[in-house]
Design a protein around this ligand. Sequence first.
Ligand code: HEC
Ligand code: HEC
Length: 396
Amino acid sequence: MATPATLDRRLQKVLAWAAAAAAVTACQKAPAPPAPAAPPPAAAAVAVDQAEPATAATASGAAAEVSATGAAANPLAGLTPEQAFTKRWTAAEGLGPTFNEVSCADCHDREGLGGSGDPARPAHVVMAPSLHLVGVWPRQAIEGRQPQPKPGDAVTSLRRGPPLFGLGLLEKISDARLAELCDPQDRDGDGVTGHTNVNTVYDQRPGRFGLQAHTSNIRDFIGNALAGELGVTNPANRDPRLAKDDDGASDPEASDGYVDLLATYVRNLPAPAPLPAMQSAEAQAGKALFSASGCAACHRADPDSVAPGAYTDLCVHKLGPKLASGIIDFSAQADEWRTAPLWGLGRRQAFLHDGRTTSLTEAIELHAGEAEASVQKFKALAAADKARLLAFLKAL
Ligand code: HEC
Ligand code: HEC
């Protein structure tokens, strides 16, 4: 975590950026540039790629008696999954040297533990062409160290922690089903053309986690979050350059067992159930209007039988310039986002990837691109119908 290069928690971003810059061939043929911030050659990425994907069995094997840190004897044994999630890391244990927050809960606690983040404590995701870098840019540093200044050409996308409820169900959807959910050729002619975002570095699988759907499974995501957001080195992080840092704590700073606890915690966060108001005639009428307005083309109520009521297709869609992040993540372009799951929406206070608005109407009207026709239908609704549709959303 000491140099900008090691801030890159997602190796593949380098490749994605290179592709976007239409420099793929040059990039692949060129040797790795000598600068410290340079990406590793593609071969290194391929080697990482061959690591065994984490299985549910690994995570469910996590007993309560697990030590949090990599050190053999430590005072942190015996954490529960929830205690692992709320654990506040210290510099002596391996926090930093640069970091965003000191615990997972700092960014995932609004509608209860595991919820979304405070928009005032966002993660900065940065893409910097001069550094061939995309990743989390830590805002803070441990005592005696300084956060790295962002390079002048950095594109920054502010992102609020999304709610983690129900992710274990989304993880159970098969890769084949994910491909079926997206309609890149617009075969049904509804103007909506979402696509999967395949992680071409880790596992060649379609992603479903992350706001641009760049990671296929919860454990890989957590390994990167631990390294990128907290500066805690750990065996689940798949970027070899993040295997070690120079903050004085011995690496890996978190054990496999600790990552398993986090994965267990996240996988078991229940999917939000609709609120009692969903039974009202108004909300039920709103549900029909939601479908009639084309919202359900992306926000699919039941993307799969294992994840009923998720209201997402897990595809990435173009939503137009007002919501564009500027960040290219594998095949997800700068204005493409994963359809936000809407379960639990009625308990959320702020909306969209950066939590920029507390108004549902504004969140809807900021959709454009593939959602343009749908938004026009929403805008054209009579006031009473709009109220019905909003009543439905607030009951989710
Ligand atoms: C600084 C705030 C911050 C901290 C700290 C943080 N997260 Fe997150 N989390 C985010 C943001 C922002 C995203 C969306 C990232 C993206 O895709 O750009 C996210 C996404 C996730 C996701 C994927 C959610 C989805 O809908 O696909 C998981 C799982 C997750 N975080 C778990 C964790 C765990 C476990 C920790 C602790 C090791 C953690 N996070 C620490 C901000 C944070
Ligand atoms: C083309 C696909 C698509 C269509 C059609 C669509 N949405 Fe979305 N929706 C998305 C995506 C992608 C996001 C995430 C945007 C972001 O975070 O910036 C989103 C986000 C939202 C959010 C914010 C959720 C949150 O967690 O903050 C709401 C509310 C929402 N949509 C409601 C609607 C409604 C109502 C309609 C119909 C009028 C609709 N959407 C049509 C793709 C779509």
